[in-house]
Design a protein around this ligand. Structure first.
Ligand SMILES: [Zn+2]
Length: 80
């Protein structure tokens, strides 16, 4: 499998700074991203939580007018 090739199908990762999914254009984390992160969380909660924290931090850097009330729901509430 070629990783990171330019012609690879897009994965369900955020397109910055819009924070829509590269693959399905939903607001990230989209449903497929949540599903795979939930599976990852079951195997390794610490790594997954750290990943989501760093994604949230990047989101804050990209989004000056973020809605703080929605942050937890968007990045953490669904994972467990
Ligand atoms: Zn997606």
């Amino acid at each position: 499998m070629i990783v990171g090739g330019e012609h690879a199908a897009p994965e369900h990762t955020p397109d910055r700074p819009s924070w829509t999914c590269r693959a399905c254009r939903q607001t990230w984390p989209c449903d497929p991203a949540r599903k795979s992160l939930r599976e990852q969380y079951t195997e390794d909660p610490t790594v997954t939580a750290l990943y989501l924290s760093s994604q949230q931090q990047d989101y804050l850097d990209d989004t000056p007018n973020y809605e703080i009330d929605h942050l937890y729901e968007r990045f953490f509430a669904w994972v467990r």
